[in-house]
Structure formats: structure tokens, C-alpha cells
Design a protein around this ligand. Structure first.
Ligand code: HAX
Length: 446
């Protein structure tokens, strides 16, 4: 067994016993109350999931196993002479629960390099799609096309015992994460560079190799990719991509199937696709105004117009956060260091000054501050990654590290199939005493 797998196993065996005890002895402790409001506003705030890898505080933002983004920037291993943390290290932290050494990160890199080959039929399946198929749809198809290689599905078919589910899940998770840079780069090059593909460079780290295979060998781009792939990994368990991966995984679907489902959730414009929407929106503003760097007054008018059309201002607001997203701040700091004069960055900074006061003046909006997606596109575009429809694929590659580390924990804890109860409208009307409106609904037979 590899060192990382052994460490996970030792840790998970002890912790799993504690969770079994919790389930057996404290199952009736109330942790949350559910109201009609919760049901009709997306279940926000209801504690109904157990997530090990990260925790989101509305005011402070994300912490990964207790470590904030600035902590990770200081404490995670980097490449020799590097300035940004390696996402391999964050995966280790989320999976094993402790900070990795340089040797731990090297072990992960070697494992992923060994497992990175993608079967030819996956490329053939992608090549059967029109080139302008949205990259997120290509990405999901590519993952599903790899799903028959699932070690978990095979072990299950052969009759594995429940207590060992975590093992082939771990193997599948390692296989899948290892293949994602090649898959993403393949989609990028087939969509935008006529299928002129670039060989992987196994001497590079996971994120650096992705930049390389996409065609970007500049050191600064690789730095950006390491940061990007670190900060997008995880945002506790309730967001759509994490929750979907967990939910689909709870049916014992394979890691490939669970992750593909999760990424189709990330592909929604209120979630990860917001990174594409932000850039589209800024470019539309530039075009409409005929200027490269709109003034704050012009931005303000454009924001108000967007709102008056019944649309959301992309990149702003959040279901949990109530302050500027620290993932936004980390990207802003990167931009200040490497591209302070970039006109798109200046526009993003001006939007940051203009939008929060406008959104704050709308009572129903709970968070007027920018989220992670308000910034990422400007960084990518600066380095020549202009194809904004691809941005959510990059987010997905990073998100794999969090949601799949959690899936291994789900299996180690033996978490059951998830199945909340639903009721029809009639039930809610009766429950709340809205008798006069019951007439619009026919009482169901049962
Ligand atoms: N612009 C306009 N209206 C907004 C808004 C924004 N940026 N943010 C929230 N609102 C509106 C909501 O649409 C909602 O309106 P209705 O009641 O009419 O439906 C109302 O304000 C209350 O919303 P909320 O409680 O503050 O926020 P929600 O938890 O419902 O939604 C969203 C959170 C992130 C979906 C929301 O803020 C939004 O649509 N933002 C823009 C899209 C975006 O940036 N998404 C990415 C979020 C981060 C992420 O997941 N990244 O992957």
C-alpha cells in the first residue's frame, strides 16, 4: 500500500469508529430545524451534511481542514523556488487530514503521473462531437466515457464487502484526478487549436502540466494555475457541485459517475459557469460602450441596466458568504503583483468599487460582495486564455480534488444512500393553514 493510502486508512479506521458511535448513541440530537422558508429558498443554512474536507464561514470564508487560503499559501509545499502552493498538497491535506511534506507531495505527483493515461476511445468519443460543443459538455462526456474503467464498479460487481468500499473508491479517485489535466487540455486543443495536441511533460507538477498541455509554458501562467487549482478545490459540502457528487456517490455510483454529475451542476450559470458569465458580461459592457476601460459611472449605469432587465450581476452574491470571498482576494493579490496595469484588471477593480453599494441598496440581496468567479476570468484572459467558455472546465479540474477526497471519506464512514422526504403543495398548504388557496389544488388520493 502507498504511504498516503496507508495514512488515510489508519486515520479513517479510527475516525470511522467514532462516527459509528455518534450514529448509534446520539442519533436523536437535533442539529437543525426546517421551516417552509427553508424549503422554498433552497435549504440554505440547514445542517444536513457531514463534510470533512473544508468549512465555510459566512464572514471569514473558506478553511480547508482549518487552514485559510493565506495559511495554505504559507504552509503547503511549492515547487523549488516557487511562490504558489501546490494543489497536490491541498489534496493530501483534505484526504489525510494533515499538512504534507515535500515527500508526500512528490508521492502524489508520481502516483498521478503513473495513472494519467486516457483510453483512446475517450478521445474518439470527444472527436465525434462538433468542435463548438460547450467545453463543459465535452468534459462531462469525457468523464463518463472513462467510467467503465472504474475500479469501484468492478469491485462491486465482484462482490466487495461494504467495509472495504473506501479502497477501490480511493483507487478510482486517484485514477480520475490523474487523468483530468490530459482530458481538459485535449478538449481545449481540439476546440480552439484544430486538434494540435501537446504531449504531457511528466517532469511537471499537476497544474503546471495542465498549463503546458494547453500550450502555456510561461512560468507566470504556471504560477497562476497552481494558485487557481488550489483555491477552487472545495467550498464545504452544500454547494451544488459538492452536494451532487456526494448525493450521486451515496447511491454507490462510481467516482467517475458521481464527479460527472457534480460537474454538470458546476456548469450552471449560478454556480461555476459564473466565471464565463462574468467575462462575457464585461466584454458586452465594453462593446456596448465602445471603450476598453469604462468609467465607474458607466459601470454603474451598466449594472443598473443589467438589474432592470431582470438579470443577475455575475460574480457577485453568494448563498453562504457575507463578505468579499477570500478566493477573490487571493486572485486580486496575484493580479496586483503580476498585472497591475492590465486594463481588464482595472475594470474588475472598478466593478468591485461600484457593484457592492448598488446591490446593498436592494433589500432582498443578502450578499453584495464578489465571489471567486468575479476575478478568475480576468487573470486567464490576461495570459491569453481568451476562450471563456473553457473557464468552467478549469474550475472543474480543481473542484475534483475536494469533492473526490470527500467521496473517499463518505465511503470510509459508510454513509448511507441520501433520501430526503418531499411533500406536494397540498401538504404545505394544509400544514400552514392556507385553506383559502387549497382550492387551486386537488387533494391527492394518498
Ligand atoms: N445580482 C442580482 N440579483 C441577485 C444577485 C446578483 N448578483 N445575487 C442575489 N440576487 C437576488 C437573487 O436572484 C434573489 O432574487 P429572487 O428572490 O428574486 O429570486 C435575491 O437576490 C436573494 O438572493 P440571495 O439570498 O442573496 O442569494 P441566493 O443564495 O439565492 O443566490 C447566488 C446566490 C450566488 C446564486 C446569487 O447571488 C447570484 O445569482 N449571483 C450571481 C451569479 C454568481 O456569481 N454565481 C456564482 C456564485 C459562486 C459560486 O458558486 N461559484 O461557483
Amino acid at each position: 500500500m502507498s504511504t498516503i493510502k496507508q495514512k488515510f486508512y489508519d486515520n479513517a479506521s479510527k475516525k470511522s469508529a467514532v462516527i459509528q458511535k455518534l450514529k448509534k448513541e446520539h442519533a436523536d440530537v437535533v442539529v437543525s430545524e426546517v421551516t417552509v422558508g427553508h424549503v422554498l429558498t433552497g435549504m440554505k443554512g440547514i445542517i444536513s451534511l457531514m463534510t470533512s474536507t473544508s468549512k465555510l464561514d459566512p464572514e471569514e470564508g473558506i478553511r480547508f481542514r482549518g487552514y485559510s487560503i493565506p495559511d495554505l499559501q504559507e504552509l503547503l509545499p511549492r515547487i523549488p523556488g516557487g511562490t504558489e502552493p501546490l494543489p497536490e498538497g491541498l489534496f493530501y491535506l483534505m484526504l489525510v487530514g494533515e499538512l504534507p511534506t515535500d515527500a508526500d507531495v512528490k508521492e502524489i505527483q508520481d502516483e498521478w503521473t503513473k495513472r494519467s493515461d486516457i483510453p483512446e476511445h475517450v478521445f474518439a468519443a470527444l472527436d465525434a462531437l462538433p468542435k463548438d460543443t460547450h467545453p463543459m459538455n465535452q468534459f462531462a462526456l469525457g468523464i463518463v466515457a472513462m467510467a467503465d474503467g472504474s475500479k469501484f464498479a468492478k469491485a462491486y460487481e465482484e462482490g466487495i464487502s461494504k467495509k472495504d468500499y473506501w479502497d477501490p473508491t480511493y483507487e478510482g479517485v486517484m485514477d480520475l484526478i490523474a487523468k483530468l489535466p490530459k482530458l481538459a487540455a485535449y478538449i481545449y486543443r481540439r476546440s480552439y487549436f484544430d486538434g494540435d495536441h501537446i504531449e504531457s511533460d511528466p517532469s511537471l507538477d499537476w497544474a503546471g502540466n495542465l498549463a503546458h498541455m494547453m500550450g502555456f509554458d510561461d512560468d507566470e501562467v504556471k504560477k497562476l494555475f497552481r494558485l487557481y487549482m488550489t483555491i477552487h478545490t472545495d467550498h464545504e459540502g452544500g454547494n451544488v457541485s459538492a452536494h451532487t457528487t456526494h448525493l450521486v456517490g451515496s447511491a454507490l455510483s462510481s467516482p467517475y459517475q458521481a464527479y460527472a454529475a457534480g460537474m454538470l451542476g458546476l456548469a450552471g450559470p449560478l454556480h461555476g459557469l459564473a466565471n464565463q458569465e462574468v467575462i462575457k458580461w464585461i466584454l458586452a459592457m465594453r462593446e456596448e460602450l465602445g471603450v476598453e476601460n469604462p468609467t465607474k459611472e458607466q459601470i454603474s449605469d451598466f449594472v443598473k441596466k443589467t438589474l432592470s432587465e431582470g438579470r443577475v450581476v455575475p460574480g457577485y452574491g453568494h448563498a453562504v458568504l457575507r463578505k468579499t470571498d477570500p478566493r477573490y482576494t487571493a486572485q486580486r493579490e496575484f493580479a496586483l503583483k503580476y498585472m497591475a496595469d492590465d486594463s481588464l484588471f482595472q475594470t474588475v477593480s472598478n466593478i468591485y468599487e461600484v457593484v457592492p453599494p448598488i446591490l446593498s441598496s436592494i433589500a432582498k440581496i443578502k450578499n453584495p460582495w464578489p465571489n471567486v468567479d468575479a476575478h478568475s476570468g480576468a487573470l486567464l484572459l490576461h495570459y491569453g486564455i481568451t476562450q471563456y467558455e473553457f473557464y468552467t472546465v478549469l474550475f472543474s479540474v480543481s473542484r475534483a480534488l475536494g469533492v473526490l477526497a470527500q467521496l473517499v471519506w463518505d465511503r470510509a464512514y459508510g454513509l448511507p444512500i441520501e433520501r430526503p422526504k418531499s411533500q406536494n403543495e397540498f401538504w404545505f398548504l394544509e400544514k400552514t393553514g392556507l385553506k383559502s388557496d387549497v382550492k387551486f389544488y386537488t387533494k391527492p388520493k394518498n
